[in-house]
Design a protein around this ligand. Structure first.
Ligand SMILES: [Zn+2]
Length: 169
């Protein structure tokens, strides 16, 4: 059988909707493009949740270029409603909103940690630079930096007036 004859045979097969509803499917069938004959289960879901006439009405309500997406959304909603009769697709939306909220909190906490680590890094860089400056000064003084330091503290100006009390008349 050639591809063309296969295609012709396929076009003569009733779509999944018409097979389920046991009605004649012709070229004017509005559901045929979205529910091909081998997708019975897909139509069964929207039929069970929304009812065939409502599905047709909802498809008719949107422009032809948006109908494919509308049908996908209806199938998604019907699947979710069958899986979760209480919340349907709202359950998935709420779960995703919770995840977004948790991820936002994680992001904020990670940002705070990054800031904290940045401040620690800056602090350590400051210490390292000071140590390097001390080494540099030590090198400039020919290695006598510590000796100069000792000289400067050998003189204690607070003791001088006390030692010279006898001199003041
Ligand atoms: Zn049909």
């Amino acid at each position: 059988m050639s591809l063309e004859s296969v295609a012709r045979a396929r076009t003569h097969q009733p779509c999944a909707a018409c097979r389920t509803l046991r009605r004649r499917c012709d070229s004017s069938c509005i559901l045929a493009p979205y529910f091909p004959c081998d997708e019975i289960d897909r139509f069964a879901k929207v039929h069970k949740v929304f009812g065939a006439s409502n599905v047709i009405k909802m498809i008719q309500m949107v422009e032809e270029r948006n109908r494919e997406d509308a049908v996908k959304a209806l199938v998604y909603e019907a699947t979710a409603r069958i899986r979760d009769p209480v919340y349907g697709s709202t359950g998935a939306v709420c779960q995703l909103q919770k995840m977004v909220q948790q991820l936002k909190m994680q992001l904020e906490s990670t940002k705070a940690r990054v800031l904290e680590l940045q401040q620690q890094k800056d602090h350590f860089w400051g210490i390292l630079l000071n140590v390097n400056n001390l080494d540099l000064l030590s090198t400039i003084n020919g290695g006598n930096f510590s000796l100069d330091y000792d000289d400067s503290i050998s003189y204690d100006p607070t003791k001088f007036p006390a030692e010279c009390d006898d001199w003041i008349i």
